[in-house]
Ligand binder design. Structure first.
Ligand SMILES: Nc1ncnc2c1ncn2[C@@H]1O[C@H](COP(=O)(O)OP(=O)(O)OP(=O)(O)O)[C@@H](O)[C@H]1O
Ligand SMILES: [Mg+2]
Length: 259
């Protein structure tokens, strides 16, 4: 599997203390912050990223970030992928082709899905990653996968695939933290997924196993911090930790329903 690299925007100068020739520079990032409409976006991005890293899910890495002018405000910086040396297909844009599903498309796939042919190709090229990602989305309550991934499709063999944007999952799956926790209690949430009916049962089973056998300490260290993150208090963070422990119990049934 090729490694996902991130984009260096600028190299500024050699680091004066470095004995190994290190240079200082600037990465390309997308900065996401909490606001009136997206109250727990930063926290949810951060937690989803940490959980994904632990589980081996291909996501674009992101880090907590601050700006010198607004030190009290934590942002989430999604590191922008370096795409210049690869032909990455952009599933993040709306597709105006209004494609009819091909005849061999499985029954029960998401209706009116954009990039349909490319999605079908994707599931054949990357069956493991697609199954892993789908199971993960069901666990973290992400109904917003449709335009939030990119992948190389043109090479003929496997290349890079990565998911991004988890700012509408976890404690940000609804407009408020309380409503999100209520939503996460629902066993029939998410209600749909762009890869439904397209995932490989063996690989889905493997990710279900990884999530159900994930140690509580690992879930806790990904979800609970010593401080409030944006609008999310430690009490909310514990509530999410508990919600995720409960949700993984019915993950198997949820995935069976979309096979
Ligand atoms: N790490 C990344 N690497 C490459 N491209 C990225 C990355 N993160 C974001 N983008 C691009 O920036 C767009 C906006 O990012 P993102 O989806 O996180 O923001 P958003 O505000 O939640 O948008 P939306 O509501 O449209 O999903 C993405 O659709 C994608 O095209
Ligand atoms: Mg997005």
């Amino acid at each position: 599997m090729p490694i996902l690299s991130y984009k260096i925007l600028e190299k500024i100068k050699p680091n004066e203390i470095s004995t190994t020739g290190a240079e200082e520079g600037v990465l390309s990032i997308l900065i996401k912050t909490d606001n009136e409409h997206y109250k727990a976006q930063v926290y949810s991005e951060l937690v989803a990223n940490r959980l994904a890293m632990f589980l081996g899910i291909p996501v674009a890495l992101g880090v907590p970030a601050k700006h010198s002018e607004t030190k009290d405000r934590l942002s989430f910086a999604s590191l922008i992928a370096f795409e210049e040396d690869s032909e990455i297909y952009d599933f993040t844009h709306i597709d105006y082709r209004s494609l009819e599903p091909p005849r061999n498309a499985p029954k029960g796939i998401l209706q009116g899905m954009d990039h349909l042919r490319e999605v079908i190709k994707l599931t054949k090229l990357y069956p493991l990653e697609i199954a892993f990602l789908t199971v993960f989305d069901f666990w973290v309550g992400n109904e917003d996968r449709s335009y939030n991934f990119k992948a190389e499709l043109s090479k003929g063999n496997r290349g890079i695939i990565f998911a991004l944007d988890h700012g509408s999952s976890l404690l940000a799956c609804q407009s408020t933290i309380d409503k999100s926790l209520e939503q996460l209690e629902q066993q029939d949430y998410p209600r749909f997924h762009p890869f439904q009916k397209l995932i490989h049962p063996l690989y889905a089973g493997e990710m279900i196993e990884r999530i159900t056998s994930m140690p509580d300490w690992a879930i806790e260290s990904a979800t609970v911090f010593d401080e409030t993150i944006g609008n999310v208090t430690p009490m909310d963070q514990y509530a999410l930790f508990e919600a995720l422990r409960v949700r993984r119990k019915y993950l198997r049934q949820q995935i069976q329903n979309i096979m």
